[in-house]
Design a protein around this ligand. Structure first.
Ligand code: DCP
Ligand code: CA
Ligand code: CA
Length: 360
């Protein structure tokens, strides 16, 4: 069984009425008015509704015809996806000033792991406040945030004080927060599953918790295990940054935590071995080598160095990893070590080389 990890600090940020707010910002005459982005009064579906329109029951995914019926004064606006993408990349640039561990879920939301962050600020709640303020000042839009020990709870919490608000679920509040939560608010429980849960007598987190793992697996298959764990505050899924997909990595979680660098070096040789195999298989080499260290308290650290040339060879990997390992003392015993290579030659290949013809 998985264990509870209460040492991580995860922020989930989600923009308020995203497409609609962008349109109201760019077109002042739409501010304070009920608007729908997408669809029309005759056809199509609504993508986003301004908060003014929501009072009338206008929501994402309802038909334009129905929306107009709910709210006769509704103004329909054409979506401008390039503009939403532009704003999305602006908010991501702000996120990256706080941490590289940013996992975008869609254009308007992302998870940030700020357990260790670039500002050295231990308060995730204050960081969330600062990030939201910066989005408001630099982009001109409001966002909401959820702050907790894992992605699952952070995601649910960001909806709690929406719009323009935030909610922190502290480690000691996670269990009670989930116990009183209506089952339909559990992230990953859609309409169909909600119905099924109701039929099984499950209406709240507490009801869910009273069911055995066998029971949940019998009724929900693989997801049963997920439900069993999350309601107990167990959700160890890491924040997977899209930057990491530009790298090749190998890592290992140990059965027993390691406290001696000698043992760590031995393990790192094995990890370098499998990394080399992977690099060979895909014919990849990289310039930046990163050593990932996860301590027994689940906090994580990365140390990297960038070389002036590409490497893929085990001997060179080991040589550089050794340097990174001994660069600084370990702050605790270690449960996971990983090596990754980024700044890959595959990215370079994408650069188009233009052959010039010289006239002699
Ligand atoms: N979107 C869409 N179609 C949907 C749902 C959403 O095109 N069925 C688009 C429009 C939204 C954006 O994605 O503005 C973000 O979706 P959200 O679910 O986060 O909703 P909003 O940001 O609009 O509102 P909220 O303030 O509730 O987050
Ligand atoms: Ca949103
Ligand atoms: Ca969203």
């Amino acid at each position: 069984m998985s264990e509870t990890n209460l040492n991580r600090k995860i922020i989930h940020i989600d923009m308020d009425a995203f497409f609609a707010s962008v349109e109201q910002m760019d077109h002042p005459e739409l501010r304070g008015k009920p608007i729908a982005v997408g669809g029309s009064e005759n056809r199509g579906v609504v993508a986003a509704a301004s908060y003014e329109a929501r009072k009338f029951g206008v929501r994402s995914a309802i038909s334009g015809v129905l929306a107009k019926k709910y709210c006769p004064d509704l103004i329909f606006v054409h979506p401008r996806f390039d503009r939403y993408k532009e704003i999305s990349s602006k908010i991501r640039t702000i996120f990256n000033e706080y941490t590289d561990l940013v996992e975008p879920l869609s254009l308007d939301e992302a998870y940030l792991d700020v357990t260790i962050n670039k500002k050295g600020n231990p308060s995730a709640s204050l960081l969330a406040q600062e990030i939201r303020l910066r989005i408001l000042n630099e982009v001109g839009l409001t966002a909401s945030a959820g702050i907790s020990v894992n992605k699952f709870v952070a995601k649910i919490a960001s909806d709690y004080n929406k719009p323009n608000g935030q909610k922190t679920v502290n480690p000691d509040e996670v269990i009670s927060f989930l116990e009183v939560l209506p089952i339909r608010k559990f992230y990953g429980v859609g309409k169909v599953t909600t119905e099924k849960m109701y039929q099984l007598g499950i209406f709240t987190g507490l009801d869910l918790k009273s069911k055995s793992l066998e029971f949940l697996e019998k009724h929900f298959g693989k997801s049963g295990n997920f439900y069993f764990n999350v309601v107990r505050g167990i959700h160890n899924s890491e924040v997977k940054s899209d930057r990491i997909t530009k790298s090749v990595a190998a890592e290992h979680t140990f059965d027993v935590n390691l406290s001696s660098e000698i043992f760590m070096m031995e393990k790192l040789e094995h990890i370098a071995n499998s990394l080399e195999k992977r690099l060979r298989k895909h014919r990849i080499a990289g310039k930046t080598i990163t050593l990932k260290i996860k301590y027994s308290d689940f906090t994580q650290q990365t140390r990297s160095k960038t070389l002036p040339y590409f490497i893929a060879d085990k001997v060179l990997i080991i040589e550089n990893v050794k340097e990174l390992l001994f660069q600084e003392r370990m702050k605790d015993s270690v449960r996971l070590l990983g090596i990754s290579l980024s700044n890959l030659n595959t990215e370079v290949k994408k650069t188009v080389v233009v052959q010039l013809k010289f006239a002699f």
